[in-house]
Design a protein around this ligand. Structure first.
Ligand SMILES: [Zn+2]
Length: 453
């Protein structure tokens, strides 16, 4: 038995400790927990035998955790990326076991952050730990940069990467924050969508009004909010933001052919993953097109009016709509923001004002599957999982990939071990434990393979 097989129990216990920390980056009341999670990661990196472990601090920001091991002269340098912050767990009553009390059921570990991204970050740390424990040294150079703001826009890492590129000099980034296409199907993600997230602030009068006295004559902010939403995306799923899709780059025929070979059952996807009675979206496009290669417009929440129990007959004066658009290659966030502002203005009904305010934005990205670091990763994954590696895209956004490209000039290998039904950002998030253990060995095998080239 090798180190990895001998230490499975310790790996699981360590992961549970990590998962018990409610490091919810969007909630100010969890600032202390976010810091505790950063300190936990630093402690693990130190124990694994890495050098120069430190928390990179900046006032008002969550710490970045840095570490390196740079003693493999003449060998490539990898930059390992993950994040220790998590999404809020609500709605709490839909969890079978509490989100921050990890529980193992049917070979899965259930907890917020288990798959996104603490479990995957932990894979990287344990792979290096095992290699150092076994060989006393690494076959390549590595740096770790683990952030705590991925779920809230990642401003700190953007500042750091853009201002200190020399300190992060590497040949390739390894981003462990994506999923496998199917169980037992090792997967490398070569495309990510970008995002523009924002709020639409709607106002209809300068104060709330009585619906009996003024109803019929006064404009209503929530009615206006609904009209704006429906104007931006229609019942067929077509987006009506002028200019929005003009620059969209279509996937190549080669890529589309590869997608067509992936094992995929639309009906099963609808029932098991989406859980709705129908799939929706732009007519004339496949599910892969709609989720990987087409931009979106989605509403995340509406605030305003009376939402308590009972009845209050109010005409709300204000409403806030939280929305985002997922972007695909060639769409520029700055341009999309201007397009959204103009579309919201044009869709605002009479008697109301509405304004789009940006929260954060990031560009889409594409990696060449023929890149040698991608190819080596594909071989290591195939070996650990005993099956040919497939290339997919992801509908999600990992803005750091764009940062590494822009400021460090390096490609990112998106090697993920989550599964499509892991319930990311939803109740009962889980991580498949066989993938956790195989992932650790696959990353170790990748280090070995790169050291031999
Ligand atoms: Zn993530």
């Amino acid at each position: 038995m090798n180190y990895y097989q001998q230490h499975r129990e310790q790996f699981l216990e360590g992961l549970k400790t990590f998962l018990r920390i409610p490091s919810i980056s969007t909630s100010p009341e969890h600032t202390g927990d976010v810091r505790r999670a950063a300190e936990f990661v630093a402690g693990e990196l130190r124990a694994a035998g890495l050098d120069n472990v430190e928390l990179l601090e900046r006032p008002g920001r969550n710490p970045l955790v840095y570490a390196d091991w740079l003693k493999a002269a003449g060998k490539p340098t990898l930059l390992f990326y993950g994040h220790y912050d998590v999404q809020p767990p609500d709605p709490l009553d839909e969890w079978t076991s509490p989100p921050f009390e990890p529980e193992v059921r049917n070979g899965n570990i259930y907890a917020r952050g288990s798959s996104d991204d603490k479990g995957q970050t932990y894979i990287l740390i344990k792979a290096v730990e095992g290699y150092l424990a076994t060989h006393g040294k690494l076959p390549v150079n590595v740096r770790f940069l683990i952030e705590g703001e991925e779920e809230v826009g990642g401003e700190h890492i953007e500042e750091y990467v853009s201002q200190r590129p020399a300190r992060l000099k590497s040949d390739c980034a390894i981003v462990c924050d994506t999923e496998m296409f199917a169980p037992d199907l090792p997967t490398i993600c070569v495309g990510l969508r970008g995002i523009v997230y924002g709020e639409i602030h709607v106002q209809s009068s300068d104060h709330d009004l009585h619906s009996g006295v003024y109803g019929g004559a006064a404009p209503n902010a929530i009615q206006a909010a609904a009209e704006i939403i429906c104007a931006l995306k229609d019942r067929q799923g077509r987006i009506h933001i002028p200019g929005f899709t003009d620059s969209v780059q279509l996937p190549s025929e080669e890529e589309k052919t590869a997608w067509a070979r992936l094992p995929f059952n639309e009906e099963e996807y609808r029932v098991k993953e989406v859980g709705s009675t129908e799939l929706t979206g732009e007519p004339g496009y496949s599910v892969f097109d709609r989720t990987w290669a087409r931009p979106t417009f989605e509403v995340h929440g509406i605030r305003g009016g009376f939402t308590g129990d009972g009845a209050k007959t109010v005409i709300p004066a204000r409403a806030v709509i939280k929305v985002s658009t997922r972007l695909v290659p060639n769409q520029k966030p700055a341009e999309v923001i201007e397009q959204l502002k103009a579309a919201v203005k044009a869709a605002t009904p009479k008697g109301c004002t509405a304004e789009f305010r940006t929260v954060h934005g990031a560009e889409a990205s594409l990696t060449d599957p023929k890149n040698p670091f991608v190819q080596a990763a594909a071989r290591s994954l195939a070996q650990s999982f005993g099956s040919e590696t497939v290339y997919i895209r992801s509908g999600g956004s990992i803005p750091v990939v764009g940062l590494f490209d822009r400021y460090l000039g390096i490609p990112s290998v998106l090697m993920g071990f989550g599964l499509p039904d892991d319930n990311l950002h939803a109740p009962n998030e889980k991580f498949h434990l066989p993938n956790f253990y195989r992932g650790i060995e696959a990353v170790a095998g990748y280090l070995e393979a790169l050291g031999n080239t």
